[in-house]
Write a protein that binds this ligand. Structure first.
Ligand code: 3AM
Length: 178
């Protein structure tokens, strides 16, 4: 077992929506937009933990286990390009309160457990492309995907044979939507 693992908490994208996003992306973005994130890797990061020891992983998992938060409906109806981080993303125009609360709890638990956090505000997004070109033409508005989020996931980020792969390690349920 490795001494540390690169971990993050996230919301995963249901498989049918992964496929819809990939199909829509292929239709609406130029081929040279950037490096497309593979369907199975599409996710919304809640809290990035960095390199974490097995002991710290256990402690963070015990804290995650105790979170009692209602589920929420997530709508993807907004897209953008961040030229500095060179990503194209999809996200909600209006962030559900449950999502903000969940991310804020996980981020503060991580910070209190000593995970090196970059103090940046939480901008909920699903990265569609990385290493984007300088200027990206975004699709016209009018797109929309929606699903009920009933759980959150602890992922390990692996780099294998030149590819990044996110491996789910544990899942925790959210409660009934309020
Ligand atoms: O795919 P997104 O944009 O949600 O950018 C990395 C990715 O986010 C982010 O963690 C997610 C899974 O790798 N990430 C990587 N290094 C990071 C860091 N040092 C980071 N987030 C904050 N600080």
């Amino acid at each position: 077992m490795p001494a540390t693992r690169r971990l993050f908490f996230a919301i995963d994208v249901p498989e049918n929506i992964q496929q819809q996003l990939v199909d829509w992306r292929a239709l609406h973005f130029a081929a040279d937009t950037g490096r497309p994130v593979t369907a199975a890797n599409l996710h919304m990061t809640l809290a990035f933990l960095g390199e974490v020891s097995a002991q710290k992983q256990q402690a963070l998992s015990a804290l995650a286990e105790r979170i009692q938060q209602p589920g929420f409906t997530l709508t993807l109806d907004d897209a953008g390009h961040w030229p500095r981080s060179r990503v194209v993303w999809l996200g909600p125009k209006s962030t559900p309160r449950g999502l903000l609360q969940l991310a804020s709890m996980l981020r503060s638990q991580a910070a209190r457990s000593g995970c090196a956090q970059i103090p940046q505000p939480f901008h909920p997004h699903i990265t569609l492309y990385r290493q984007t070109c300088h200027s990206v033409r975004l699709p016209p508005p009018g797109f929309r995907w929606q699903w009920q989020v009933n759980e959150f996931v602890l992922y390990e980020s692996l780099f294998e044979r030149g590819r990044t792969r996110y491996r789910p390690l544990a899942r925790w349920p959210l409660g009934q939507s309020s």
